[in-house]
Write a protein that binds this ligand. Structure first.
Ligand SMILES: Cc1cc2nc3c(=O)[nH]c(=O)nc-3n(C[C@H](O)[C@H](O)[C@H](O)COP(=O)(O)OP(=O)(O)OC[C@H]3O[C@@H](n4cnc5c(N)ncnc54)[C@H](O)[C@@H]3O)c2cc1C
Length: 416
């Protein structure tokens, strides 16, 4: 069923009884050309682009829970391509371009909202670093505007410009950045992949990876053994656990990141505001709630819940930036598991094991990457060679000494 204004109108006349399920609930088949582990944004997007770009449709996405139960439905919905390094920028810009056409492409309303993303600066060195980043972006053909203090004030008058520790000096604005409704992205890709013949199998946990003569031949699951020609891992926060099933040790630590939503307020934040110095970012949803987050909890965990010390830290950072927030009540919070690499950049690569492909290490930033991640991972799986924008996102870069350290902070997940 295609979604359109006419279909909404006609179904409205029939009391909305004509809608069909957005995707099927298939029983897993004994064998697929490609199995993707993880029905998050990246796994589903990979399946969709395998079918659309490469005509590979004998594909299963195996998801241990339900579609959208992982980070794709837990993030703070920010998309942007304001990256500095050549190993990152073209990839994230490809992603932003794919976001721009995504809803038409998937025939699904993902509420892509290019409302602008502004990163604030609070001292001279930060301002200079933003200037450098903005110039690097423009050299890559990406939009970037450096704002001075008064320009920021005209956009965001409610900030504490004269905060003793974090006075606002300016900011770097990317107008094409913004937000996308996170779980709609999972639903949109699941529906579009399903329509092209992909099996999206929910409640099917991968519990083992079977190898014969060094090659992957299939996976053990809670619904039995399923054979495959190629196996692609897109398990985000659980990447190291799943890779361990093939005796592969990843340069990744899993950490919890929390998100928060306030009570509904009248519209007052019309873009995404990022306060990197205090680690706080906020936007306002269409329902009026402030959607915000901060730093990772700082200890290794596979639990999808965080602790109160971080809640306090995020609240302090928020109030330091926007004092009026002290009177706002938080309605909901939750946590997701972040697959943190030691340089803060992702991995889209083959592994040393035949037929085993890896998509992991997305840290805080994997939501914005979803379309390009799927597009480039599908390219790698189908053609056996990396997409030009992911050539540096290799698994062995850590042992070779070619880290993509976007923030120049060294091997510390809590600083990326
Ligand atoms: C609180 C929070 C805020 C964030 N904010 C942003 C943001 O504003 N912008 C941004 O760009 N990024 C953000 N991120 C990061 C982003 O959400 C993730 O990097 C990205 O969603 C990860 O890719 P995914 O969607 O495929 O992951 P997931 O949705 O987690 O998908 C992985 C799936 O694999 C499944 N799985 C795991 N193990 C198995 C198994 N053994 N068998 C079968 N299935 C398995 C899981 O159930 C899960 O559904 C945020 C993350 C969190 C938690």
């Amino acid at each position: 069923m295609r979604y359109s204004a006419l279909s909404i109108f006609l179904n409205g006349l029939r009391g909305n009884t004509g809608w069909t399920s957005a995707w099927h609930f298939p029983e897993p088949r004994p064998h697929y050309d490609v199995i993707i582990v993880g029905g998050g944004g990246h796994g589903l997007a990979t399946a969709y682009y395998l079918a659309r770009e490469h005509g590979i449709t004998n594909v299963a996405v195996l998801e241990k829970g339900y579609v959208g139960s992982g980070n794709v439905g837990r993030n703070t919905t920010i998309i942007r391509s304001n990256y500095l390094l050549p190993g990152n920028n073209p990839f994230y810009e490809l992603s932003l371009k794919l976001w721009e056409g995504l809803e038409k492409d998937l025939n699904y309303n993902a509420m892509v909202s290019q409302r602008g993303v502004i990163n604030l600066s609070h001292n001279d060195s930060q301002y200079a670093a933003q200037m450098r980043r903005g110039n690097a972006m423009r050299l890559h053909g990406v939009d970037a505007e450096l704002l001075d203090r008064e320009q920021v004030r005209s956009m965001l008058p409610y900030l504490d410009f004269d905060n003793a520790r974090f006075p606002v000096l300016g900011g770097l604005l990317q107008r094409r950045g913004g937000t996308v409704r996170h779980d709609a992205v999972a639903w949109g890709y699941a529906r579009a992949a399903d329509q092209r013949g992909v099996d999206v199998v929910q409640n099917c946990e991968v519990t083992g990876i079977r190898r014969e003569n060094g090659r992957v031949v299939g996976v053990e699951t809670t619904r039995g053994f399923i054979g495959c020609g190629k196996l692609a891992l897109a398990a985000a926060g659980n990447s190291s656990r799943v890779a361990a099933m093939a005796d592969l040790k990843l340069p990744i630590e899993s950490h919890v990141l929390q998100a928060f939503v306030s009570e509904g307020l009248k519209p007052f934040i019309d873009c995404v505001v990022i306060f990197g110095a205090g680690h706080f970012y906020v936007s306002q949803s269409d329902k009026g709630g402030l959607v915000f987050g901060g730093d990772i909890d700082g200890y290794n965990s596979y639990a999808q819940r965080g602790n109160l010390a971080t809640v306090e830290h995020v609240a302090e950072a928020g109030v330091a930036l926007i004092p009026a927030l002290s009177r706002v009540r938080v309605l909901r919070s939750w946590g997701g598991i972040m697959d943190m690499t030691m340089d803060g950049s992702p991995i889209i690569d083959r592994t040393p094991i035949d037929n085993l492909y890896l998509n992991a290490g997305w840290c805080y930033g994997g939501f914005k990457a979803t379309p390009a991640s799927g597009y480039c991972f599908a390219h790698l799986i189908a053609r056996g060679e990396p997409h030009p924008t992911t050539r540096e996102m290799r698994l062995d870069r850590f042992e070779r000494g070619y880290a993509i350290d976007e923030r120049g902070l060294g091997a510390q997940p809590n600083l990326h």
